[in-house]
Ligand binder design. Structure first.
Ligand code: ADP
Length: 479
């Protein structure tokens, strides 16, 4: 593998390019018009403009990207996450054009991309699943009967859903018909597939996922878990590894289940098997993501491995050099997704220009970003500015490092999730490891955070004034 094209942008494009460069592989970036001066464009050895700003006119144009890659003699394409990463047709087309798709083959992508097909694939492997239907429901009478059997509250989910979208909680029978109808039409318009199914709604779940590595020679490993329960709109904001609630026995059991899921679809590459864990520590298979996850750096910290390097080695046909028994969890890592979002107003995107931008630096702090001071955060893409990752020998050390790093991180011009991250890290329930996916609804009060920040600003202003007057005194004394 001599030349890799990264079919992505922002922090993940930078992340992949860095490892490829370190491995002595030539790199090609792609960019839309608005991204022409982005760091990933400047960092890569070559860069090609692939189209206009909307992603369906640039980063989603699979065949156009493949054509450009061939012109430049590229021999492998890394899709990152999002965009084309879970597009089975794209993975196939890359292979058909004699290039390597750095990811699993299209059959695994297809199977795991559909939540119902995924449930079907794993059903012979004795893996616990959330009670629910294993087929699409459209018939109202059947749906009513099934929901009664499962017991309310239930969750209606789109088979083709993703990114926390296409889910509806139904708390009682009278609401079922209307919600089901709405779910089908939403799924159809958002994913082009109206198939929905019903699952038991687990009332206080934790989201715990396992990182998998599988080579083409039948070796499959798990690299332990990531706890991703701090979410808003069913989407993750803070992740950590390891989880504070898994005993070594439960970890081994879930790790085994995750390996079985990977084997059920003959998976190759890096992937993630997601589970829900209820308050009695029962676990249930949720879905498998067939790509590198946003939150992979916390796993890198606790295992000392570079997951992009592992992906590249696997794609080159190399055997995994590690055995499960070689792996050991070392320390604790935490990740905050720094989104251009207004935490005070329901986490709405808050795009604009980065008037001031300075990242925190120091031991055990890692920032994966794709922006520089003065750049615009475009409205066309996911508003993720960066990922702030901290590490410590213990969970408490990682949390305190995160608080320090947030305080040092300077971002002006857009609202971000930094204050929200500090709120979570300082919260007693989070510090005690006592939380579930409802942390935000349960504990987060935007007005309280705002008041705290205003108090902090007032104290800072008073302090500045005091220092200023003192300074004036000093200056005045000689006169
Ligand atoms: P997506 O593919 O859209 O990310 P997932 O199936 O991975 O959807 O679920 C995303 C989140 O939604 C989970 O982390 C969890 O917070 C919530 N969720 C999903 N299924 C259930 C369930 N059966 N009960 C309770 N919460 C659920």
């Amino acid at each position: 593998m001599k030349k890799i094209l990264v079919a992505n942008r922002g922090e993940i494009a930078m992340r992949i390019l860095k490892t490829a460069k370190r491995m002595g592989i030539n790199t090609v970036a792609v960019y839309s018009t608005i991204d022409r001066n982005a760091p990933h464009v400047k960092y890569a050895d070559e860069a090609i403009h692939i189209g206009d700003n909307p992603s369906n006119k640039s980063y989603l144009l699979g065949s156009h990207i493949i054509k450009e890659a061939m012109k430049l003699g590229v021999d492998a394409i890394h899709p990152g996450y999002g965009f084309l990463s879970e597009n089975a047709g794209f993975a196939d087309d890359v292979a058909k054009n004699n290039m390597i798709f750095i990811g699993p083959d299209s059959t695994s992508i297809k199977m795991m991309g559909d939540k119902l097909a995924a449930k079907d694939a794993v059903k012979d492997y004795n893996i616990p699943m959330v009670p629910g239907t294993d087929h699409a429901v459209s018939d109202m009478d059947k749906a009513r009967e099934l929901a009664m059997k499962i017991g309310y509250p239930i969750l209606i989910k789109a088979a083709a859903g993703g990114g926390g979208k296409g889910m509806r909680i139904v708390d009682k029978q009278e609401n079922l018909d209307a919600q089901l109808e709405r779910a089908v039409s939403e799924a159809l318009s958002a994913f082009g597939d109206g198939s929905v199914f019903i699952e038991k709604y687990i009332s206080s779940p934790r989201h715990i996922e396992f990182q998998i590595l599988a080579d083409m020679h039948g070796n499959v490993l798990h690299l332990y878990e990531r706890e991703c329960s701090i979410q808003r709109r069913h989407q993750k904001v803070i992740e950590e590894a390891p989880s504070s609630v898994l005993s070594p026995e439960l970890r081994a059991k879930m790790g085994d289940a995750a390996i079985k899921v990977a084997k059920s679809c003959k998976y190759t590459g890096a992937g993630t098997v997601e589970f829900l864990v209820d308050d009695s520590l029962n676990f249930y298979f949720l879905e498998m993501n067939t790509r590198l996850q946003v939150e992979h750096p916390v796993t890198e910290f606790i295992t000392g491995l570079d997951l992009v390097e592992q992906q590249i080695n696997i794609a080159r046909g190399e055997k995994l050099l590690l055995k499960q028994s070689d792996l050991k969890i070392k320390g604790h890592a935490l990740e905050l997704r720094v989104y251009a979002e207004d935490s005070f107003h329901d986490f709405l995107p808050n795009v604009g220009r980065l008037e001031a931008y300075k990242i925190p630096e120091g031991k055990n702090i890692r920032v994966d970003d794709g922006y520089e001071q003065g750049m615009e955060i475009p409205i066309f893409y996911d508003p993720l500015i960066s990922k702030l990752i901290t590490y410590g020998k213990t969970r408490s050390e990682a949390i305190h490092r995160m608080i320090e790093a947030i305080d040092q991180y300077l971002i002006e011009g857009v609202q971000t999730t930094l204050p929200f991250g500090k709120f979570v890290c300082q919260h007693e329930a989070f510090q005690q490891g006592n939380f579930d996916t409802h942390f935000v609804q349960k504990y987060f009060r935007a007005d309280q955070l705002k008041a705290d920040l205003e108090d902090e600003a007032e104290v800072a202003a008073l302090l500045a004034l005091k220092l200023y007057s003192k300074d004036q005194n000093i200056v005045r004394v000689p006169n």
